[in-house]
Design a protein around this ligand. Structure first.
Ligand code: SF4
Ligand code: SF4
Length: 252
């Protein structure tokens, strides 16, 4: 497990200033709090400097890589660091949520009467049953908060991953995105799923409809199967070369 150098008191202190801890790491996500939506030239320079120093993201591959590609409608991608949903990834066409999957070593578990893991779990997913800790995978949201909380090293590590939501939208017609059944532990695999979702939307979406409507029309299981298979990426050039959505048609 990585050694954390930032105290809980400091974490709380900077939270009110807009810096949210990426649990289990020494990293923080920064919120930009403006004065009534205005940012001065000096503040913009400061933001730009911070972005250059600390920023990362998916900007080049998808925003720059696909901004000239015509789609049936806009396609919003939201990225959240943890399952707290602060950027509401499930209300965007595609949302990504950071995951830290607890690696529980049952051989080290003593079935304590007062389990410190059970105590910190905000979802009620971790419970000692018949003398051993059990984590209910259907309830656990992989927030990673329990990692490092067992004094007997039964839960000292976790695997980083990504959960992907598809088909969310905000605005006039709200739709909650649904998660793909797989939690991705390989970053490139997750990036490929995003690219496949854009290609699917371009190829199979009707001009003017949002991704949520495309998924509803094609069926979630069908769309998920395509996003987990290789076919869309193998046909990438063919999909990009096709004459599609040339007339526009978005209504908002
Ligand atoms: S996970 Fe750790 S604290 Fe919880 S019952 Fe097992 S040994 Fe005890
Ligand atoms: S990862 Fe989060 S939700 Fe899952 S068992 Fe640990 S604390 Fe509970």
């Amino acid at each position: 497990m990585a050694t954390l150098t930032i105290s809980a008191a400091d974490e709380r202190r900077v939270k009110g200033m807009g810096f949210l801890s990426n649990k289990g790491t020494d990293n923080f996500s920064g919120r930009i709090i403006t004065v009534n939506g205005k940012v001065t030239a000096a503040q913009q320079r400061c933001i730009a400097e911070a972005a250059e120093k600390f920023g990362n993201g998916i900007h080049h591959r998808f925003y720059e890589g696909y901004r000239t590609v015509k789609l049936p409608h806009k396609f919003k991608i939201a990225v959240g660091g943890c399952p707290n949903n602060c950027v509401k990834p499930d209300l965007n066409d595609l949302g990504i949520i950071g995951q830290r999957i607890p690696n529980f070593d049952e051989d080290e578990c003593n079935g304590c009467k007062k389990c410190s893991v059970e105590k910190v779990c905000p979802m009620g997913a971790a419970k000692v049953v018949d003398g051993i800790l059990e984590i209910d995978k259907d309830i656990c949201n992989n927030c990673g908060r329990c990692i490092g909380n067992c004094h007997f090293d039964a839960l000292s590590d976790g695997t980083y991953g990504y959960k992907i939501y598809i088909g969310g939208r905000w605005g006039k017609k709200v739709a909650h995105g649904r998660t793909l059944s797989k939690v991705f532990t390989d970053k490139e695999e997750a990036m490929k799923v995003i690219e496949k979702a854009i290609l699917l939307f371009r190829e199979q979406g009707k001009t003017g409809e949002r991704f949520a409507a495309t998924i509803e029309r094609l069926g979630f299981e069908n769309v998920e199967a395509q996003l987990l298979a290789d076919d869309l990426l193998e046909r990438k050039q063919q999909i990009l070369d096709a004459q599609l959505h040339v007339t526009g048609g978005a209504t908002c």
